[in-house]
Design a protein around this ligand. Structure first.
Ligand code: NAD
Ligand code: G3P
Length: 322
């Protein structure tokens, strides 16, 4: 995103955790740890100081893995300006509290920040964004003016931003698709074929919709970029870390994604707990949870989805889409 905005002409300062990442960006214009092979725009620089990163900022993009958001925000809250949009781009659920990134920010930041919070989500592999390939995403905010500000701030001819109001829906879609992508990667890893992958995607969609609606979001959100858009992308490409974790599980490896984060691994536990708490039926996500956290063999978990009692293809939850 920094490179994208730098190419657009914005001056961007990245705060990064690792000093070698800061040095690599400032000295070699490359983030060789997390985005190797890209010469970053000259408008992008990095720092290890949050104060320096946010100084004079017109837009803050918060893009850190979900498990670290709460701690990072509580540690740095006093340094964050409250009068510019804070755009949350992370996709997942916090394991201990089952909160989405936006819910974490609302809880951890004082009320004066709340109207500035928004979410950007949708089918957007970082590598393709960095390459300048056509990408469409959605900015969801409770305040439409904030959504429009972010839309204008991020959009270019290759990066098109839509606005929306369903924040919780957009976030839950982003969290659930990562778990479903693990199932899809595993299915492909076993060579179960294109039919199986298409079934996982289309039967994953009502799981997503049921959770969104139960949490107060709109069913129609799952039909958009943050829903089916990101679901199709992540379930069908080796560029996805989550899909890749699934493929690796099928090869008999543990659910370890290495350096890069696959949010679906921890999110599968949170989705399991949230679905139980809210009484939402999410069999594919549950199968992924059983594999990663319950010791069930991945082949058995996928097979068990086929062995469930025959039933009607019920998409009632989507019938409420306007
Ligand atoms: N990479 C993508 O294509 C993509 C696209 C859309 C959304 N996202 C979401 O963005 C979020 C971040 O993913 P990513 O792809 O940038 O991750 P990544 O795996 O490329 O990098 C992980 C990042 O997390 C940082 N980090 C690690 N521990 C941290 C801590 N304790 N505090 C702060 N930062 C820490 C690392 O410094 C590193 O920059 C995830 O929620 C992901 O789902 C990623
Ligand atoms: O690599 P993944 O699986 O985390 O997916 C990245 C993005 O969320 C795709 O939109």
């Amino acid at each position: 995103m920094a490179h994208h905005l730098g190419k657009k002409g914005s001056k961007v300062t990245i705060w990064a955790l690792e000093s070698e990442v800061v040095d690599g960006i400032n000295n070699c214009h490359e983030n060789s740890a997390f985005l190797p092979g890209f010469k970053l725009s000259d408008n992008v620089r990095a720092t290890g100081s949050v104060d320096e990163a946010v100084s004079g900022a017109q837009l803050l993009l918060l893009i850190i893995p979900t498990p670290f958001i709460a701690r990072w925000v509580t540690q740095n809250q006093v340094k964050l300006p409250w009068n510019v949009p804070i755009v949350c781009c992370s996709k997942g659920l916090e394991e201990s509290t089952l909160r989405t990134p936006y819910e974490i920010l609302v809880d951890e930041l004082p009320g004066k920040y709340h109207s500035q919070l928004c979410v950007v989500s949708g089918p957007s592999f970082a590598k393709e964004v960095a390459m300048g390939l056509p990408t469409n995403v959605t900015c969801a905010a409770t305040d439409p003016d904030v959504a429009k500000l972010v839309q204008a701030g991020l959009s270019t001819r290759t990066f098109r931003v839509y606005t929306a109001s369903d924040v919780i829906g957009a976030e839950l879609c982003g969290a659930v698709k990562n778990v479903l992508a693990i199932a899809s990667g595993a299915s492909d890893g076993f060579g179960f074929g294109s039919n199986a992958r298409a079934a996982l995607i289309s039967r994953g969609l009502p799981e997503m919709a049921r959770l969104v609606v139960r949490k107060g979001g709109k069913a129609s959100t799952v039909t958009g970029l943050t829903g089916i858009g990101d679901l199709v992308l992540t379930c069908s490409s080796s560029l996805s870390r989550n899909y890749t974790v699934g493929k690796s599980l099928a090869e008999g490896n543990p659910p370890d994604s290495g350096l890069a984060v696959a949010e679906g691994v921890t999110t599968s536990l949170a989705i399991h707990q949230l679905a139980q708490k809210l009484g939402v039926d999410m069999p594919i996500c549950e199968a992924v949870y059983q594999v990663i956290h319950g010791g069930v063999a991945i082949r058995d978990a996928l097979r068990s989805l086929q062995d469930r009692p025959l039933r009607a293809e019920n998409y009632d939850v989507l019938d409420s889409c306007g």
